[in-house]
Structures are given as C-alpha cells and as structure tokens.
Design a protein around this ligand. Sequence first.
Ligand SMILES: *Cc1c(COP(=O)(O)O)cnc(C)c1O
Length: 358
Amino acid sequence: MKWEENVRRVVPYTAGEQPQGRNIIKLNTNENPYPPAPGVARRAKELEEDRMRLYPAFSEKSALAVALADHYGISPDRIFIGDGSDDVLSLAFLTFFQSGRPILFPDVTYSFYPVWADLYRIPYRCMPLDEDFRIRTQDYLPQEGGVRCGGVVFPNPNAPTGIWMPLEEVEKIVAANQDVVVIVDEAYIDFGGVSCLPLIDRYDNLLVVQTFSKSRSMAGMRIGYAMGSPALIKYINDVKYSVNSYAMNYAALELGVEAVKDRAYFAAGCDKIVRTRERAEKELTRLGFTFPKSYANFIFASHNKVPAKEIFERLKENDIYVRYWDKERINNHLRITIGTDEQMDALYRALEHIVKVS
Ligand SMILES: *Cc1c(COP(=O)(O)O)cnc(C)c1O
C-alpha cells in the first residue's frame, strides 16, 4: 500500500503479560500485591458525576500536585504530574533530548528507553553495566573519559537488576553533565533506596521521576510525576500542553490525593514488601539461586543449574508468572516480583519441584 511509505513506524515496548484468571500468581510486572490506602476506595465511591461532566483541574493547580508538594516539602511549581511515569518519561524525552548528540543509558535497563528514543528520533548509546550488573559511573563523566552526550537517563534502583546507586554516585553524574538534562527514574525508590530528590535544589538539570504504580499500589490508575527545577517543569508542561491539556483524568487526580495523604499506610506497605524480600533472599539462596542485593520490589535471580527459561516455562504451567527476557546478557535470569507471603510460599514450593532440592 502506497500510504505505508509515509507512516511513522516503531517497534513498540512489550509489557509483561496480563493473564486473566483468579488463581494466577502474578509476579511478572512489579505490581504491588496489596490494595492502595483505604481512603482511596472510600473516595472512589464519592466521585461526583458533576465533576465528570467538566474538564479536570490543570495539573499544577490540582489537589494532587499540591498534596505531592506538601509530602515532599517542595513548592508545586517543582512538580509535573502525568498519566503514569511512562507518560512523564516519554514527555521528558521529547522535551529535553534535543541536542542531536546521543543520550546515554545502561545496556541492561528499562527497555522502554530505546523505544522512546526511536519514536522521537533521538540518537542513543547504551553503556554496558560491569560484570556484577553495576552502572559504571565513570562512563557518564565526560571529564574522566566518559562520553559527551545529549542527556542521561537511568533508573535508580536499576531495573531489572534491583541494584541501587548511592547518592554520591548519582550526584557525580548530574554534576558532570550540567549542559544537559539528567533523568533519574525512581520507580522503585521507596523499597529501601534513598531518593536523590534533595539534589534538585542544587542542580537545575536534574529531573527525578516517580510513580504510584509500585509502592502506592495504583498501577491501574496511571499516576506518575516528576520533580525538578521550576524551569525544567515549565518546559515539560509546555510540551505536555501542546499534546493534551488534561492528561490526568478527574478520578486519578482525586484518588491519588488519598494515597499521598496516608503516610502511615504507605510506610507500613513498603516495609511489608521489604520484609518479604528479605525472606525471599533466604529461600531463593536455599534453592540454589544467586542475585544482586535488591532495593526494589523484585529480585533478579539466576539458578546455578537449571536454565532460567526452563524455570520460567515450568512456573507458568503452574500458573505462576515471573518475567523472563530472551536477551543477551540476561537470558539466564528471572525477574521475580515480591508478592504476598502466601504467594511467595507457593512460588518456593513450585521451585522446589522444578530445581529438585531435597
Ligand atoms: C514500572 C516502571 C515505570 C513506569 O511505571 P508507570 O506505571 O508508567 O508509572 C517506569 N520506569 C521503570 C524503571 C519501571 O519499572
């Protein structure tokens, strides 16, 4: 067909499977196994028809931006909110990576980054992690032999490794690249890492991106946000308002506030995941797995005898879904989301059969 010559062609990101069914144990997309804060369900029942009829609040004036600003002790003009952090990251790529020089991100990382780069025609270079799957900070320091680039993006903790980079290292990268924007994707920061958010006071080129999808149990509501200097936030808002003036819907704006307000529930929920992860470290070690220390709600594990692909397939036969990538460097690893203790017990029982430890 002639018109196909004029189509923008992209290879889309493939998210983990969303199998339907009651008895499935879903440990493949890093969703939170617990419900959101109780105030969220209460508020959901009170959503007003009349507000559905109207366009929602502008993001910087919304109760959600105000609640987040209050939670983090920053002014609302340092907050950008969007339809899940995927939307926030995508708009940040579109806004900030315009130099024509390649942007940098790790070779093993969130596989959405190359998709956005291709979509927006942004050149990029993947910097290899070291043998222990650590980000090599020096690769991102142009003054020390690293690459002079058009921007940097990496998750901290990194996905799918779960490895967290200490603040001093993050700061080195931000400080060494002040002529471009550095995006730190903190989707998993609430499970034991320390956020680099305080650095936004000193570096106006740093954008910190977070999400309600993991630690706040609201993946289905699609709420993400970014924090940075007022100048960065203004530029990304200009682009966002050039695509859609109201990216967030009324329900998400209202319900997100309830999740942010309940600090005690949030802290207890993250703590519960961390404790289950600590148990998982022991159980998986007993079963013959090795993995880097995780600061996220998943563990990136490799077995000493049985190939990851085989374990992945056999678990699936047992209705237990974990994530596997048939990709260079990581094709003998499984990313296992931390579920409830009951779900994890079922996983260990299934693994005992598959890897046959007696
Ligand atoms: C889950 C995830 C996101 C996106 O989450 P949203 O649901 O779009 O908020 C972004 N970055 C990383 C590294 C993730 O794992």
